[in-house]
Design a protein around this ligand. Structure first.
Ligand code: CO
Length: 228
């Protein structure tokens, strides 16, 4: 059957990959066996076109990852909250990155009023973001641009949600150096954009949140050197 063949291909790919890693660095897997000490936690969308490690060029062991549809940080999502707390307290990550992407299917479904089933309940949280920023969104005539703006707004809101969690609040109150960042990935060119929200303490939340919102629609802060 074709499907069986496809899965066999994956095992072949896996063997080839493992071999290529060992060829490059014979001690690679042995070193990672006993510990992981990633510096970053990535909270991103499940979208298959946004593979976390690959787009930031990080190897196994270097990036702790949580992905769900539309890169949400929901206040009562035990899954995400557990990842966050473990990453901060047990692994000692220093940066939490919320990374959205333009053209996100979950965000598009919200603005389009699409119905898919169970996922609609999850996407209610994106609806809440759209409702909160309805005035800004209504000023954008072009449909695709409106989706992309909501993708940006959603990242900014999720960064704020990360900052409000007990895991992050407790870390900051203990004096831990921990920053929360908001980025967005462009499927068109494979590049990341910094949304200009980087928060390193409770006293920075409101000002950074407000200035990131105010910057939307203005020139994009390019993560690329040489661009303004
Ligand atoms: Co998406």
């Amino acid at each position: 059957m074709y499907d069986m063949k496809a899965l066999t291909d994956l095992f072949q790919n896996n063997r080839a990959w493992a071999q290529s890693v060992v060829d490059r660095d014979p001690g690679f897997f042995t070193r990672l066996l006993h510990q992981q000490a990633p510096e970053y936690l990535w909270i991103g969308c499940s979208d298959s076109r946004v593979p976390a490690n690959e787009i930031v060029g990080l190897l196994p062991g270097e990036l702790f990852v949580h992905r769900n549809v539309a890169n949400m940080v929901v206040h009562t999502d035990l899954n995400c909250l557990s990842v966050l707390q473990y990453a901060i307290d047990a692994l000692g990550v220093r940066h939490v990155i919320v990374c959205g992407h333009y053209g996100c299917g979950g965000v598009h479904a919200v603005l389009n009023g699409d119905k898919f089933g169970t996922i609609d309940n999850w996407l209610r949280h994106v609806h809440d973001v759209a409702d909160k920023h309805q005035t800004m969104l209504e000023t954008i005539g072009d449909r695709r641009e409106r989706v992309n703006r909501l993708c940006e707004l959603n990242v900014i809101e999720q960064v704020r949600n990360v900052c409000m969690t007990t895991a992050v609040q407790d870390a900051w109150s203990r004096g831990r150096a921990l920053s929360v960042h908001g980025w967005i990935y462009d499927l068109k060119d494979g590049l990341l954009r910094d949304l200009g929200i980087s928060i390193g303490g409770t006293n920075e939340i409101t000002s950074s949140y407000k200035s990131a919102l105010a910057r939307l629609g203005g020139p994009i802060i390019a993560a690329q050197p040489g661009q303004s």
